[in-house]
Design a protein around this ligand. Structure first.
Ligand code: SF4
Ligand code: SF4
Length: 412
């Protein structure tokens, strides 16, 4: 019998690999018979902060999923995501900044920015219509690979909320905010992933989805029903479903059976970290993002003067400092000539190897010229001795180091 969900302990790279093999054994019914059938993997690449901050899907998990599918002879694999409106508006490719494109090239698969694809119509709240990427419904196998995070507007973001990344471009993503909880469910009525593989390796608590703090959970959760899985994740995070607006509606609309709900409610959760800190926004943010007023704020936001202000450096800073905007859309790109390994500082703990998405043999590999290095800087971020630096310019990544450098070393 296919389980409705399965939780895997993944404290090491080997355990991530074994978990993914097991996921495809358990859920092999979803695998296309035709080995040339299109398989779409949709990670959460909401912003340019990497997985170690708790923000985006872990490259180690994506590598293992792609590799296992390739071992099973699937060759038509695309990694696809449409990152958030601000990055889109500023012409910043998050897929590139997170090195997902370089990783995909190393594995021999394609990437696709869903913000620029053909759309299919989705009926939204208040009679609005939006467009989601058509390819999400066309793929023979659509695997959603979301991250477990708290979310200041709707409580949490896991499977259901992550599909906002399927909406095409800024115009359609903005429409969702007209009534975010209801529109999350509206998108999921049309776009239906066949499988969910949830990244609970390093989750995010506090002021998510972008300004929270990382939590080392070391879990992968797989299943098919996104409502059940989000309900499960809320329980795991210690956040009552009543604090998650879209789950409240989903349960009211009986989108979760009593049996499935009971199976989650009766779970022993000893191996999970203490309850996650919930997102707490200031009064101004709560007022502006109140679902009852959102449509009016969206109308103001659509005016040309508001667009001008929000796009300016000064306006962006003001929005960030007030908490209304969570991201900093830095234009500075990274230029890495090479990684620099300080042998004297290095204690040979091999943490860099454990976190390297490509599983490079480290720290020995730092001293070799290796063109397969993604320049993802996971190794630099986790090194407890700060023995890894770069020759070149960190660019936007300096902001991650400023905000999360110490936190990552302390947490992981
Ligand atoms: S993580 Fe740092 S200290 Fe540990 S082996 Fe790698 S370079 Fe050395
Ligand atoms: S060596 Fe470091 S920068 Fe290169 S792929 Fe591995 S973790 Fe990323």
């Amino acid at each position: 019998m296919i389980p409705s969900f399965q939780i895997f302990d993944c404290r090491s790279r080997q355990q991530i690999r074994e978990a993914i093999v097991r996921v495809f054994d358990l859920y092999q019914a979803v695998l296309p018979r035709d080995k040339t059938g299109l398989i779409l993997l949709k990670p959460n690449l909401n912003s340019h902060m990497n997985a170690l901050t708790g923000n985006t899907t872990d490259l180690r998990l994506l590598v293992e999923i792609v590799t296992e599918l390739q071992k099973r002879d699937y060759r038509n694999i695309i990694i696809a995501e449409g990152s958030n409106s601000g990055f889109y508006r500023n012409n910043i490719s998050v897929i590139n900044r997170l090195r997902v494109d370089t990783m995909a090239a190393a594995l021999g698969v394609e990437v696709l920015d869903l913000n620029y694809t053909e759309g299919q119509e989705i009926e939204l709240d208040h009679g609005l219509k939006g467009e989601a990427a058509k390819i999400c419904s066309e793929a023979e196998l659509f695997i959603n690979v979301p991250k477990i995070k708290t979310h200041f507007e709707v409580g949490i973001t896991v499977c259901l909320k992550s599909l906002i990344g399927c909406m095409v471009g800024q115009k359609n993503k903005k429409k969702i905010h007209d009534n975010l909880p209801r529109n999350i469910l509206n998108i999921n009525r049309v776009i239906k992933p066949h499988l969910q593989i949830i990244d609970g390796l390093i989750a995010m608590e506090g002021n998510g989805p972008t300004r929270g703090t990382p939590v080392l959970c070391g879990k992968i959760i797989a299943g098919r029903d996104p409502v059940l899985l989000d309900y499960l994740c809320a329980r795991i995070m210690g956040i009552p479903f009543t604090a998650v607006d879209y789950l409240k509606i989903a349960l009211h609309e009986k989108l979760l059976s009593d049996q499935d709900r009971g199976s989650v409610d009766s779970l022993e959760l000893d191996s999970w970290p203490a309850p996650f800190k919930q997102a707490h926004s200031n009064l101004l943010v709560r007022f502006i993002f109140n679902h009852r007023f959102q449509r009016y704020f969206q109308m103001i936001r659509a005016t040309s003067w508001a667009e001008k202000l929000c796009s300016s450096r000064f306006g962006g800073k003001l929005l960030y400092l007030s908490g209304i905007r969570q991201d900093v859309f830095l234009a500075d790109t990274t230029h890495i000539e090479r990684l620099v390994h300080n042998q004297e500082r290095c204690k040979k703990c091999r943490k860099c190897e454990e976190y390297c998405p490509l599983g490079r043999k480290l720290p020995e590999g730092f001293d070799l010229t290796d063109e397969t290095c993604l320049h993802c800087l996971y190794c630099l971020s986790v090194c407890p001795e700060q023995a890894i630096t770069i020759a070149g310019d960190l660019g936007f990544f300096a902001e991650q180091v400023r905000q999360y450098g110490y936190l990552i070393r302390k947490t992981l």
